[in-house]
Ligand binder design. Structure first.
Ligand code: GAP
Length: 514
């Protein structure tokens, strides 16, 4: 646990030191759970968004994008159920005055039991060596089975109490498990209460006519209310999808863990409209497609797992999370939900307008069913960044800090370095920058010894360094150094662009999803 916390602290400080993420309004001591993306962060975020958009919109003939407003008519949120049911169960500690999500306290308790399972697995793997079979071990080892049963019982009871709105039982569970305030150890809890997560504001200047509106808590509703507009103007045939990226706002009770849970964040969502009855098949397909997208980035198959929901939201007939192994354990990265016709039917009812599709194949009209894929852009950023940050021991006994961001997503693709600041080398290096900058974000660095510059670029996540030396003046060749392997190759200046392109091209990476 302490090791995990240290690693996470390193992630946060590296993100600041290398210009990825700053605390919002830092000079005023910051604003809780709100962050700013800095000069490198904004590029990484844009590249993740583009990678998603290309995979979801550009590569699918039947998916188009929109960009709906953050502010929507307030009835939208009545229809969607957010006004009445977008709540989290909160609990206060009477001694520390700290506020927590009651369900998260219980889940964290279970995560600790899960860590014990991990420990048993690691111990056994060491003991049995190559003969170790993890699946067999976790399904037969008595201690592991005991831990797992305990987790299942606790989470099962939590799910049931939340579903039945039995908040007294959630409190009872916290007390029975003797869960203490993680900061102070106090077990002096208040009752559990529901807390609505939407931010409200006023639309219009006059006090009499101002309208109470909300900052959207999810981008999805902008897609639902535009469903028929897009279908008709785009002459879309079912099955088809509408995709969108944009800001969402939630007044999270507990906003910890850096950009994992923010109050202002960005979502990348796609609603896929299908014929009623075919939703199960599409749900399965989108689960597979989205997992493949993640795996295409090469961040390790073992770092992902599905978590199928037992407790379903009132609008869903199936739901699963793709979980990622963050520095603080496996947590939700993306949700895939089969949302039935709940949203479109509710908007029909509240607006009095028909939101039906006329299916020319069987001359029928119906409200389509929806399968949604929904991923937090900031959470994906954290997954990429935290996985990328590594401390590597080198053969010569030293070590280096390297940010192995997949090259396709890296903010700066190459740094051009003249070996010395004289003899015409800076001029050649500048010329290379001038040429490459039409295709990639590149930087120029002439300060310090070249070894130090390599380390600086490694830590910033730049996949390629191009070094101009005295031989360059003779034969138009440069050294290209790969961040991950530290291998250096001599190539002609005229070949550099194609070499980088091959390695950072979205096509190369996305084809790995096939
Ligand atoms: N339209 C469905 C929806 O919004 P969700 O599970 O509430 O579903 C989808 O959110 C994704 O949005 C999550 O998997 C997560 O990646 C991201 N997300 C949700 N709340 C967030 C927060 N407070 N901060 C950062 N990302 C968040």
């Amino acid at each position: 646990m302490a090791k995990q916390e240290d690693q996470f602290k390193k992630v946060i400080s590296h993100a600041k030191e290398y210009g990825y993420i700053f605390q919002s309004s830092e000079i005023y001591d910051g604003l809780s759970a709100v962050y700013d993306y800095a000069q490198n962060g904004v590029e990484l975020k844009k590249n993740i968004r583009d990678y998603w958009w290309k995979a979801m919109v550009q590569m699918h003939e039947n998916i188009v994008g929109i960009d709906a407003s953050i502010l929507m008519h307030p009835t939208t949120w009545k229809a969607s159920g957010h006004v009445d049911a977008f709540n989290d169960p909160l609990i206060d500690n009477k001694d520390s005055k700290k506020r927590y999500r009651a369900d998260v306290l219980v889940e964290d308790y279970c995560a600790k039991i899960e860590a014990k399972i991990d420990k048993e697995v690691k111990k056994a793997a060491k003991r049995f060596g190559d003969a170790f079979n993890k699946e067999e071990f976790v399904s037969t080892n008595a201690r592991v089975l005991g831990y797992q049963e305990k987790i299942n019982t606790i989470l099962g009871r939590l799910a049931k109490s939340l579903e039945n709105e039995d908040l007294a039982d959630v409190k009872a569970l916290i007390e029975e498990l003797e869960i203490a305030d993680p900061l102070t150890g106090s077990k002096n809890w208040t009752d559990v209460k529901q807390f609505n997560l939407m931010f409200g504001t006023q639309l219009g200047a006059s006090a009499d006519s101002a309208m109470e509106v909300y900052l959207r808590p999810e981008t999805a509703q902008g897609i639902f209310v535009n469903f028929l507009n897009v279908q008709k103007t785009g002459r879309m045939k079912i099955p088809f999808g509408i995709a969108q990226t944009g800001k969402a706002f939630r007044n999270e009770i507990v906003a910890r863990q850096f950009i994992f849970r923010m109050r202002e964040f960005e979502q990348m969502e796609m609603q896929f409209f299908v014929k009623p009855g075919s939703q199960k098949e599409w749900y399965k397909k989108w689960k597979e497609t989205r997992l493949k997208w993640h795996l295409s980035l090469g961040m390790g198959e073992d770092n992902y797992r599905f978590h199928d929901h037992e407790k379903l939201a009132h609008y869903a007939d199936a739901a699963a999370d793709i979980e990622f192994k963050f520095p603080f354990g496996f947590k939700e990265l993306e949700g895939i939900h089969s949302r039935t016709d709940f949203d479109l039917k509710a908007h029909e009812e509240f607006s009095g307008k028909k939101l039906q599709y006329f299916d020319p194949e069987d001359n029928s009209s119906y409200v389509p069913y929806v399968v949604e894929t929904s991923i937090g852009l900031d959470r994906m950023f954290l997954a990429v960044f935290s996985k990328a940050l590594q401390e590597e021991a080198l053969e010569n006994g030293t070590s280096r800090t390297v940010l192995k961001i997949p090259a396709v997503l890296a903010p700066t693709k190459a740094a051009v370095l003249p070996l010395v600041k004289k003899d015409g080398l800076p001029e050649v290096a500048r010329k290379i920058v001038e040429d490459l900058k039409w295709d990639f974000i590149v930087s120029y660095d002439e300060k310090d010894a070249v070894g130090r510059r390599y380390r600086r670029q490694d830590a910033a996540g730049t996949p390629f360094c191009i070094t101009v030396d005295h031989d360059t003046l003779e034969d138009d060749s440069v050294t290209i150094r790969h961040r991950d392997t530290m291998e250096q190759k001599r190539v002609k200046i005229s070949e550099v662009k194609a070499l980088i392109k091959e390695e950072v091209d979205m096509r190369t990476w996305l084809l790995k999803t096939k």
